[in-house]
Design a protein. Structure first.
Length: 106
């Protein structure tokens, strides 16, 4: 089961339960506008971006570039804290760059 730790220490699972209570799907208005009439939910799902919300602190982790790349962190608190948390997170990834999947060991 794939998982990672939020900056607050909370464990976020990116696989397992379906539907995943921590995963949200987001889609741009432009991408959504490509759909007309009756649509296949799987097509809309495939066009969306996965986002995970930490139940503990409310941070949002968005996989803009898919699961093969690290997510972007968005935090509901002050901007300077968000930048510090993102730097800390990216520093951890860089230190673990040699591992097969650095997100799983955070």
């Amino acid at each position: 089961m794939s998982k990672f730790h939020c900056v607050c220490g909370n464990l976020i699972r990116i696989s397992g339960l379906i539907p995943n209570p921590d995963e949200w799907k987001i889609i741009s208005d432009i991408d959504f506008d490509h759909f007309e009439g009756l649509v296949d939910a799987e097509n809309v799902y495939a066009s969306s971006t996965s986002m995970f919300r930490c139940r503990n602190c409310g941070c949002l982790w968005v996989y803009w570039d898919g699961f093969d790349n690290p997510p972007q962190l968005y935090t509901p608190s002050c901007p300077s804290l968000a930048r510090a948390a993102q730097r800390s997170y990216l520093d951890k990834i860089e230190r673990r760059a040699g591992s097969a999947d650095p997100l799983l060991t955070l």
